[in-house]
Design a protein around this ligand. Sequence first.
Ligand code: 5RP
Length: 227
Amino acid sequence: MATTDKTQQDAEKLAAALAAVKFVKDGDVVGLGTGSTTTFAIKELGKRVKEGLKIKAAASSIRTEELAKSLGIEMLDLGRLSKIDISIDGADEFTESLDLIKGGGGALFREKIIASLSQNAIIITDASKKVKKLGAFTVPVEVIPLAYQYVFDQINKLGGKGILRSIGDKTFITDNGNLIIDADFGLIDDPAKLSSDLNQINGLLAHGLFINITSKVIMSEGADIII
Ligand code: 5RP
């Protein structure tokens, strides 16, 4: 991506983040996603907290937790919550019907828990993430290590080509101590069916298809905010 494109994309991410933070009210428990777009929102929330906004938050990853704490945001244990008022997170792809692929940053399991707990699950994106059909971005699948080969083979039976995620020559390990298989299903005709088929696989902890879970996508495109 050329530098100007990156600058434009960052400006769009920031604009979407600022628009989302406006929905956060005093007293809210806020779910914090993971990734470069969400980082803009967390930094803005940190500023607002310094100005007096009273919130508590729960994080979808260790890096988000550390960032939020460093900005003075009071953090709660996600595992103890039965409701989140509002969450703000990014996505790798989204469609008009608000179906998503998430997990490019490997935080999909906790992100899905946060979205499931949220009364208002807001996704923030730049314009590059909007697609007609999901699937150009591979579907991340978090798998418990001892079930790796089994899950890999089941994905294959569903028509997916899996690759074990690594960074350089190191296998990627999630915050939960698990592996990620990035599964290429091609363009997905029926994401709800694929989501439910994947949910049947034993040893598969979570996958990156987020279906019927998003309340709102805030997309920024050029100077426009589209909600
Ligand atoms: C992390 C995610 C992110 O929200 C997704 O990858 C988008 O990231 P970015 O805002 O950096 O483009 O799902 O697991």
